[in-house]
Design a protein around this ligand. Structure first.
Ligand code: ADE
Length: 246
């Protein structure tokens, strides 16, 4: 999987893309992250990449030419998504991450300032993505979020154990609580079932805790989660319990 990122601030990507799992994934040639400085495609004397908005008003707008030239220089194969990170985009989530992970290559343009010249959208952008309903100082952090979430879906980037974990998220539930040694800390013990050695009991407990958490914290997710009859019966007991305590 190859990511081409067009940005005015390539140095911002140091750290998130050069440590830990993304570092290893690149070393193993499972993913490639190519950073392109939009400024290198501004061929005027001062390499200007922004200008005042037509029609007046405050702030600056990213110029159309450097961005379009930078995208064209990539010579992208047809159908390669060219994503603009912007608060106006469709909201990113695990489903969008899975969709993007199907591509062999994606390009991401990091928006900045008050926005980009609208003609960038008309000429090169195929998709606009927001990472949430809040405004960042620029699209770089959004691009990093997208790269991170998509990369971990590329086969081999996570170990086999984690890959299965992803399945549980695919079911649309929150994760169950996790514990590790020591068995007791400040009077708080690891739930007994987890140290019982009874794998089937562990599985039942984990599934129920996933359901309980999702019901408590993100009940909206239960609308679309894949639930068994047993899951539904357990959720009913949770509801009955709360009804009784009111
Ligand atoms: N640029 C500024 N805010 C953003 C957001 N929430 N998502 C993506 N790009 C952005």
């Amino acid at each position: 999987m190859r990511f081409d990122v067009l940005t005015l601030f390539p140095k911002m990507f140091e750290g998130p893309t050069t440590e830990s799992i993304l570092k290893r994934a690149q070393a193993a040639n499972l993913i490639e992250i190519h950073l392109h400085n939009i400024r290198d495609y501004a061929f005027d004397k001062h390499h200007i990449t922004d200008d005042t908005p037509a029609g007046g008003g405050g702030g600056m707008v990213m110029k159309v030419e450097p961005i379009v030239l930078a995208v064209e220089a990539l010579n992208l194969p047809p159908k390669t998504p060219v994503i603009l990170t912007t608060p106006q985009g469709r909201v990113f989530n695990q489903k969008v991450a899975r969709e993007l992970a199907q591509h062999e290559r994606i390009a991401i343009i990091c928006g900045r300032y008050e926005g980009v010249d609208e003609r960038v959208r008309e000429l090169v952008v195929t998709d606009e993505i927001s990472i949430g309903d809040y405004v960042l100082t620029g699209g770089e952090l959004a691009a990093m979020v997208i790269i991170d979430a998509v990369s971990r879906l590329v086969p081999g980037v996570l170990g086999a154990r984690w890959a299965a974990e992803e399945d549980s998220h695919a079911m649309g539930l929150l994760e169950y609580p996790q514990y590790t040694r020591p068995a007791e800390f400040r009077g708080l013990k690891i739930p007994e079932v987890l140290t019982s050695g009874n794998h089937q009991a562990v599985e039942v407990w984990r599934r129920r805790e996933s359901l309980r958490r999702t019901w408590e914290k993100r009940p909206d997710m239960l609308q679309t989660a894949q639930l068994t009859d047993e899951d539904r019966a357990f959720l009913e007991t949770l509801k009955t319990k709360t009804d009784q305590s009111h």
